[in-house]
Design a protein around this ligand. Structure first.
Ligand SMILES: Cc1ncc(COP(=O)(O)O)c(C=O)c1O
Length: 391
């Protein structure tokens, strides 16, 4: 049989993180210890009260199909969360429950973008936003988020990128991979451009609980005046509830946008896992302080790692305001990000993700996740000091 992949996948690239992950896997199989700052997930177990709620849901027989767009209880609980924490008023009909934010991103992009549409995407950014528009035949235009600009937007650049084909602006704040948080000025500028040119704003808020300024809560761009009608807000349970393996997320958007998303979603999964959705209701309604405990601990780890990195000769970083990543500047080494990360894992068994995996502006950076234990971070710092001494 002659097999050829579908043409629509020709521009879908494998994840740039795979080289590091496959190397880590290979070393682990050989019994070699690797100090890994690679994974984008909390090192915490899912809080007990959520696990118990899932067991109860199973015992109660919640094992059958549900509505494709989510059980009403969860959609109501999501509305309450958005109202209380983000100042956003949504009705349950404006919520679509998904299998992780991964599916939310796919559905939101695929049901919105047409061939030839242009979408403005941050550089660097979580890989999906550079890849999925390609399947839709849309054109990604990158806007810069630079260290020297504290990872805020350059408004003039965004304006210069808008054409009559531009359909959407994507924002990811707090950001994977930089940890940057868009300030009010950036949000207002994006909102103004979106309104002026009648654009959709897709806002990925999966790290909304991990903002480290104690005085600051994440401001959702959808909460700015007249923005809700043009915003697609994505969020989920993976990061703040330490539930990456449960695969639960959601989309909040006006009904005219949610309806086609629900239609597409139905043909993909026919709904998120039923007992996981029930556990999600408890996760939101009976939150037991785990999020704040995790946030405080991540803040402690961030402060430690940033201070250590900035003592080094060749490496430096900004104080990231959110998520759980440090985007470490390695430009003084003169190496490419990929070579640097390969060298670190080959010689020191220290695994980091090359910034170039997240876009051209990631060249010269390595992404370090501090969602790892303090013990792992201390080992990593020792190894980084050794690495630093080589240049
Ligand atoms: C910005 C961003 N959005 C979405 C996701 C995917 O989330 P989920 O695990 O819920 O599919 C990730 C995961 O790393 C992420 O960093």
């Amino acid at each position: 049989m002659k097999f050829e992949q579908a043409h629509r996948l020709e521009n879908l690239h494998p994840s740039g993180t795979r080289v590091v992950f496959s190397k880590c896997g290979q070393l682990a199989r050989e019994g070699i210890k690797v100090t890994a700052l690679t994974v984008g997930q909390p090192d915490y177990d899912t809080p007990k009260y959520i696990v118990e709620a899932c067991k109860k849901a199973l015992d109660a027989g919640y094992t059958r199909y549900t509505d494709g767009d989510g059980i009403p209880e969860l959609k109501k609980a999501v509305c309450a969360k958005l109202e209380k924490e983000n100042g956003l008023h949504y009705e349950p009909a404006e919520i679509s429950v998904t299998t992780g934010v991964a599916q939310a991103m796919f559905v939101a992009l695929m049901s919105t973008l047409n061939p030839g549409d242009e979408v403005l995407v941050p550089d660097p950014v979580y890989l999906t936003y550079n890849e999925i528009p390609n399947i839709a035949g849309a054109v990604v235009k990158a806007y810069d988020l630079l260290e020297e600009n504290n990872y805020q937007v350059d408004v003039d650049q965004i304006r210069s990128l808008v054409t009559d084909k531009t359909k959407m602006i994507v924002i990811v704040s707090p950001s994977n991979p930089t940890g940057g948080v868009l300030g009010m000025e950036s949000l207002q500028a994006i909102a103004a451009i979106a309104k002026e040119h009648d654009l959709i704003v897709l806002s990925d808020e999966i790290y909304d609980h991990f903002v480290y300024d104690d005085e600051q809560q994440l401001v959702s761009i959808a909460s700015l005046p007249d923005m809700k009608e043009r915003c697609i807000v994505l969020n989920g349970f993976s990061k703040s509830m330490a539930m990456t393996g449960w695969r639960l997320g959601y989309i909040a958007a006006p009904v005219n946008m949610i309806e086609p998303m629900n239609r597409l979603s139905f043909y993909m999964t026919a709904g998120a896992t039923t007992f996981v959705q029930y556990a999600g209701v408890t996760a939101l309604e009976e939150e037991d302080g785990s999020i704040e405990r995790m946030r405080q601990e991540f803040k402690r780890r961030r402060d430690y790692l940033v201070a250590e990195i900035n003592k080094m000769k060749n490496f430096s970083c900004q104080m990231p305001e959110g998520a759980f990543y440090i985007f470490m500047n390695i430009k003084k080494t003169g190496m490419t990000a990929a070579d640097f990360c390969n060298y670190a894992i080959d010689k020191y068994r220290l695994a980091m993700i090359p910034g170039s995996a997240f876009g051209k502006n990631g060249e010269g950076y390595a992404r370090l996740s501090y969602a790892s234990s303090m013990e792992v971070l201390k080992d990593a710092v020792d190894l980084l000091h050794k690495l630093d001494a080589e240049f």
